[in-house]
Unconditional design. Structure first.
Length: 202
């Protein structure tokens, strides 16, 4: 008799539990965003080769996958239910590798995820990759410092800061990503032109 009562109680408890689970809100899907470089419009003979692009040095939230936003007068926050397809350092490295590989003036470009020989390394520090509000308007910003290093001597051959910004057309996440796409395209053009100029001077 007691065994029968216990079984009925267990079945009733499970039914109540399953019923309660059905009332819980379903988790919102997380949107995953990526950036793809546009094919360069210029073409020419190879001028820069055997270059390895390293992931940038970053701190704190810049090492993760969050789309960061800094409202005026407030601490850093993130866009809800939105992530980059990879961590920001990996996103930066992969974008630059692809942009350089698509440019005929560059050859034998690799990233630091593969063990390949290279004469030079592109070393960088990424200080900002986020949306900032300026006078109430969202602007995506990129602040970095670049160094071109000789892999044999570890000497710094050239270095420069890189600061770029791009206004956002609205406040939706898709519009923010579109602005980042323009920003990274401008950054890749700046970096390619700098590397070509350094190569010409050397």
């Amino acid at each position: 008799m007691l065994r029968h009562i216990a079984t009925k109680t267990l079945v009733l408890g499970m039914a109540l539990l399953l019923g309660a689970c059905s009332l819980l809100p379903e988790p919102q899907p997380v949107q995953s965003w990526t950036l793809q470089p546009a094919r360069p419009t210029q073409a020419g003979e190879v001028q820069v080769s055997d270059l390895r692009v390293l992931r940038p040095q970053t701190q704190d939230l810049l090492s993760g996958r969050y789309l960061l936003v800094v409202p005026e007068g407030q601490p850093v926050s993130v866009y809800k239910d939105a992530r980059w397809s990879g961590s920001i350092p990996v996103l930066w490295r992969d974008y630059l590798v692809a942009a350089l590989q698509q440019d005929s003036r560059f050859a034998r470009i690799s990233g630091d995820e593969v063990l390949m020989g290279a004469r030079h390394e592109l070393v960088s520090r990424l200080d900002a990759f986020q949306t900032e509000y300026m006078d109430g308007q969202p602007v995506v910003v990129l602040r970095a410092y670049l160094q071109l290093v000789d892999t044999r001597t570890r000497a710094i051959l050239a270095e420069r800061p890189l600061t770029l910004s791009q206004p956002v057309a609205g406040r939706q996440v898709g519009q923010v990503v579109a602005a980042f796409d323009q920003l990274m395209n401008a950054a890749s053009v700046e970096i390619r032109n700098w590397l070509l100029a350094v190569q010409t001077e050397s």
